[in-house]
Structure formats: structure tokens, C-alpha cells
Write a protein that binds this ligand. Structure first.
Ligand code: DC
Length: 216
């Protein structure tokens, strides 16, 4: 089973690159950030306080969730657009500090990989915790200003404000107690600041081939 773990901070180009790589290799793609966002959306929608860790964990464990490339559905609510909005984006890193939520979502991520015979999976703890034996671990990064500009191009907003929000979220994601964003020693670090998507994808494709010669 080929598992490609793509980790890194917001705006590093993870989604674009992971999707393109998956397509290129004929693998499925999973955005684990969308799962944390979906739980956040459902909690806000049903009036569960995000600080109430036990209640949010019950929601995560009991929810019906479908995350595909095109849509995010949770408890029959279409959350595809709302999970990218400012309200969820601001709130999600708090939900991502909830260890019971993390355990539940990790278990769903592992089930997804088995059901799909592997895949390209992006997040923050994919190579470090969810799939420590991944075929290839990639840590994607880019300079803070490039990351802020990319988020603005994708979702709109003001560059300075988005840069400040990204910095705050990075800080939370990399200092939380449970599986913070880290570069594992066996990850390939790729800075996407000055590279085209095509160049990064082609580089990663070569690395996958080296790691698993049968992938071709
Ligand atoms: O990649 P993203 O911006 O959609 O992620 C949303 C939030 O979820 C972000 O605060 C990091 C967190 N996250 C996480 O803690 N672990 C993951 N595997 C994926 C995302």
C-alpha cells in the first residue's frame, strides 16, 4: 500500500500539490484538515461550545462524515463552502488541540487508507503520527509572505490580516501538546516559495518512484 504523507503549515501549497500528485500517480487524495474543519463547523452549527472538549469529542465520534475532493458533508449538512470561511478557519485550531477528537479522526484516516488501498494524505501529523511508516513523507513549506498571498488568492481577504492569522495558527499548531506540527527526521523538506506546482510535483513523483519502484 502506497501512503504519501504531506505535512506542513497553512499556505505551503499542500492541497494543490497533494491533489496533483495523487492524480498523477492514480491514487486517492485525503485532506485531513477538512475533517477538523468539518467537526468545527458541526459544533458551531449545533451550538456546542468548542471549549467543551467532552461534547466536541462526542460529536466527532458520533458524526457521519464524508470528505472527498469535491465535497464535505457532516451529519447530512453540506459544509463544503462554510469550512473555508473565516469563522471556521479562526476556530479550527482549538478543535485540533482536542486529543479525543484527534484520536477519532486519526482512526478514520487510517480506515480511509485501507479502504482506498493507500493514497496521498495531507495534514500536520500524517508522517509523524498517523502513518509513521508512510512510503514517502514530505514536509512542504514556504516563506510567510508567500503563504499569506496564496491564501488571499484562494479565499480572498487582506494580506496583512491573513499573515497575522496564519502566524497565530502556526504558533498554535506547532506548540500544542498533542502531535504538534513537526518535521520528522525522515521527511523530505521542500520549500515551494519559488517553485512552480509542476516542478514540485515532478520532483515528488521521482521521490515516490525511488521509494517504491513498483509505483510506476
Ligand atoms: O490544513 P488546514 O488549514 O485545512 O487545517 C485546519 C486546521 O486543522 C489547522 O489548524 C491544523 C489542523 N490540522 C491538524 O491539526 N492535523 C491535521 N492532520 C490536519 C489539520
Amino acid at each position: 500500500m502506497i501512503i504519501i504523507a504531506i505535512d506542513g503549515p497553512a499556505g505551503a501549497g499542500k492541497s494543490t500539490i497533494a491533489k496533483a500528485l495523487a492524480k498523477n500517480l492514480g491514487l486517492r487524495y485525503l485532506d485531513t484538515g477538512a475533517m477538523y474543519r468539518a467537526v468545527t463547523f458541526a459544533a458551531l452549527e449545533t451550538g456546542i461550545l468548542l471549549e467543551d472538549e467532552a461534547a466536541v469529542a462526542v460529536l466527532a465520534k458520533s458524526c457521519e462524515m464524508s470528505v472527498t475532493e469535491d465535497s464535505v458533508i457532516i451529519n447530512k449538512m453540506d459544509a463544503t463552502k462554510a469550512i473555508r470561511g473565516p469563522v471556521v478557519t479562526k476556530a479550527v485550531s482549538l478543535v485540533a488541540t482536542n486529543s479525543d477528537v484527534r484520536n477519532e479522526l486519526r482512526s478514520r484516516q487510517r480506515d480511509w487508507a485501507i479502504q482506498n488501498s493507500g493514497g496521498v494524505i495531507e495534514g500536520r501529523d500524517i508522517g509523524s503520527v498517523v502513518f509513521p511508516d508512510a512510503t514517502l513523507k514530505v514536509y512542504l513549506t514556504a516563506s510567510p509572505i508567500v503563504r499569506a498571498r496564496r491564501r488571499v488568492a484562494q479565499d480572498g481577504g487582506d494580506v496583512d490580516q491573513i499573515a497575522a492569522e496564519i502566524a497565530e495558527r502556526d504558533q498554535r499548531d506547532s506548540t500544542r501538546a498533542d502531535s504538534p506540527l513537526t518535521k520528522t527526521t525522515d521527511a523530505v523538506i521542500v520549500d515551494t516559495s519559488d517553485q512552480t506546482i509542476e516542478a514540485v510535483v515532478s520532483h515528488l513523483k521521482k521521490l515516490v518512484r525511488q521509494a517504491n519502484p513498483e509505483s510506476n
